[in-house]
Design a protein around this ligand. Structure first.
Ligand code: PGA
Length: 260
């Protein structure tokens, strides 16, 4: 079977103690699932990363940061540098989450610098993209996704491609007020993304995993994962309880296997 990706971004939730107990529980509950079949990752808050590093077996759960500066050091008050994240032995860095783009004004050009910097420091760069409801209503979602990919991944050399993951998260689908995309809609956009990645990188672009995110829950996860262009699920609220996340992973994987 193809490897299925399951990950969660803890956003600005869970303190150090809550994060470590969540990670311990998640690791315990999921350790028997073959990591040839799934890739599991968690992206805690910055302040929890140090403790998270010491309580997780990285062959079972990859750890990531929610953001990163594109410079190694300098006069960038409030930013966290790749060198600082390197000290924490992180596997990946998430870049361009919708909340970073829309609340904190991150642009595609900034994200391109961040993606390059993350790859230079040997992190997996998880680039998040997605259209707003206005983009969707104007019928320009595909163009927006292509722009986000073409600028965000501009100038990335072919030999770094294995370190790029994409999360497609329609902005209107994310969070408490989000409306989950239908599996058909998500598949359609994943196809656009995969086509754009192939256009940018040739055949190798086809191997870049593309995850769907935005109100994934135990009821829609199965339908999403069986779509041919969806390689995994990037989950917020429905993954923040370790046992619920474990169940979602197992049930979704079963649905995938039954379908193939
Ligand atoms: P949600 O969050 O699953 O709670 O909608 C998704 C995300 O922001 O990545």
């Amino acid at each position: 079977m193809k490897k299925l990706y399951f990950g969660t971004n803890l956003k600005m939730y869970k303190d150090i103690k809550e994060t470590t107990s969540y990670l311990r529980e998640l690791q315990n509950l999921t350790k028997d699932i073959s990591r040839d079949e799934i890739e599991l990752f968690v992206i805690p808050s910055y302040t929890s990363l140090n403790s998270a590093d010491s309580c997780v077996d990285r062959s079972l759960i990859k750890l990531g940061a929610q953001n990163m500066c594109w410079e190694e050091e300098g006069q960038y008050t409030g930013e966290i540098s790749p060198k600082m994240l390197k000290e924490l032995n992180l596997d990946l860095v998430m870049l361009g989450h919708s909340e970073r783009r829309h609340i904190f004004g991150e642009t595609d050009e900034m994200l391109n610098k961040k993606v390059k910097c993350a790859l230079d420091h040997d992190f997996i760069a998880l680039l998040c993209i997605g259209e707003t409801i206005e983009n969707k209503n104007y019928g320009i979602s595909d163009e927006i996704l292509r722009i986000q990919l073409k600028i965000g991944l501009f100038g990335i050399p072919q030999d770094k491609l294995t370190k790029i993951w994409i999360a497609y998260e329609p902005v209107w689908a994310i969070g408490v007020n989000g409306i989950p995309a239908t599996a058909e809609y998500a598949e359609e956009k994943h196809k656009v993304i995969k086509e754009c990645l192939t256009e940018l990188f040739g055949e190798a672009g086809k191997n870049i995993p593309v995850l769907y995110g935005g109100s994934v829950n135990p009821f829609n996860a199965g339908e999403l994962i069986i779509q041919p262009s969806i390689d995994g699920l990037f989950i917020g609220r429905s993954a923040w309880n370790a046992s619920a996340f474990n169940e979602l992973i197992r049930n979704t994987k079963k649905i995938y296997l039954d379908h193939h």
